[in-house]
Ligand binder design. Structure first.
Ligand code: NAD
Ligand code: IPM
Ligand code: MN
Length: 361
């Protein structure tokens, strides 16, 4: 199989973790006789510094032609003083919007080797396996008020959704639930927000098309609590853009580290941008400490969702499990009696497994 992948390393540890994930994809290509070609483009702070904009046009054009995109992370303190439309984060929001990647799938499954690495009790974390389906191109992030700052006396952010934007994300979530444990939790703030009341109506209406999926509605504040007290009671969560952003970082605690969480930002035709959930981690950038597994597992999601290479994706996941079985871990994971390795060593261990595991011949 021949595929063309656009790499958007971005800023901070984005550079390190995408380098690691690319090497893993190259190992997969070699092992399974695929041809993956790569093209790297700037986004975020790196693009601001060299081209004066967080989302250069050639980056957008390359993404539109790609079979899939792998992104690292954007942002950093050196760009925090810039006005909103010039910040690195605007580049990421822009590419998601321009590519219409409205569904962000964030699977959270604790590896058994890391159960004890979570600050939560092992018996609480054990058995948790959930998927957050986060709406990604609407809501509070994208609503445009007529004026954002009124002479410095007022500020406005707008939580806007069209009915059809809610329908398509809710439908995606039902489809995801159908191929999992068939339970959908819709998370909202319907006791306060009108947008959440429409969200509930859409979920109720859609549920008629998916009678095999059980549905519950939960307010976001209670959901934040329940994610920590009984995470295994969730299967699929569907929620508004910002609620999904916050809940997924919270849920990463179940896995032991934010550096473990992959994601896929997709639209209905399968085109996808794959991105770890974490950010550019300025506190550890450039030190080869970053955990590359979130990016590597994002690459595995690319193999599965954009290229339908199920076996290859499983191979990457198994390689990660084997490395964790051997008790190797990066500094972010509090593993008992483990062997701490750098980010690049971690990637090398995963690649070693991929190249040595022989399941095709
Ligand atoms: P962050 O996710 O970058 O870091 C939060 C904490 O988690 C830090 O202590 C960091 O060291 C740690 N961490 C994150 N990823 C890690 C990894 N792979 N391995 C080991 N430790 C890891 O969030 P932040 O510090 O709030 O934000 C820093 C910058 O990143 C900001 O500019 C923010 O806007 C941006 N950001 C970007 C994305 C993205 O591009 N997708 C996501 C979140 C934040
Ligand atoms: C994420 C990040 C982004 C978001 C920021 C950097 C714009 O936090 O991907 O989770 O809020 O979507
Ligand atoms: Mn986030």
């Amino acid at each position: 199989m021949k595929k063309h992948i656009v790499m958007l390393p971005g800023d901070g540890i984005g550079q390190e973790v995408t380098k690691a994930a690319k090497k893993v994809l190259e190992a997969v290509a070699e092992r399974y006789h695929h041809t993956f070609t790569f093209e790297s483009h700037e986004i975020g702070g790196a693009a601001i510094d060299s081209q004066g904009t967080p989302l250069p046009e050639d980056t957008v054009a390359a993404c539109k032609k790609a079979d899939a995109i792998l992104l690292g992370a954007v942002g950093g303190p050196q760009w925090d003083h810039l006005p909103g439309h010039m910040r690195p984060e605007k580049g990421l929001l822009g590419i998601r919007k321009k590519m219409e990647l409205f569904a962000n799938l964030r699977p959270i499954k604790g590896f058994k080797q890391l159960l004890h690495a979570s600050p939560l009790k092992e018996e609480v974390v054990s058995g948790s396996d959930l998927l957050i389906v986060r709406e990604l191109t609407g809501g509070l992030y994208f609503g445009e008020p007529s004026e954002r700052r009124n002479g410095g006396k007022e500020v406005v952010d707008t939580l806007a959704y069209s009915h059809s934007e809610i329908v398509r994300i809710v439908d995606q979530a039902f489809q995801s639930a159908r191929v999992r444990r068939k339970h959908l939790t819709s998370v909202d703030k319907a006791n306060v927000l009108e947008s959440s009341r429409m969200w509930r109506e859409v979920v109720e209406e859609k549920s008629k098309e998916y009678p095999d999926v059980t549905v519950e509605h939960m307010l976001v504040d209670a959901a934040a609590m329940k994610l920590i007290t009984s995470p295994s009671s969730f299967d699929v969560i569907v929620t508004e853009n910002m609620f999904g952003d916050i809940l997924s970082d919270e849920a990463s605690v179940l896995t032991g580290s934010l550096g473990m969480l992959p994601s896929a930002s997709i639209r209905s035709d399968g085109v996808g941008l794959y991105e770890p959930v974490h950010g550019s981690a300025p506190d550890i950038a450039g030190q080869n400490k970053a955990n590359p597994l979130a990016a590597i597992l994002s690459a595995a999601m690319m193999l599965k969702y954009s290229f339908q290479l199920e076996e290859e994706a499983e191979q990457v996941e198994n390689a990660v499990k084997e490395v964790l079985d051997a008790r190797f871990h990066t500094a972010d994971l509090a593993v008992h009696d483990g062997v701490e390795v750098s980010g690049s060593e971690m990637a090398a261990k995963v690649i070693e497994q991929i190249s040595s595991n022989d399941t095709t011949e």
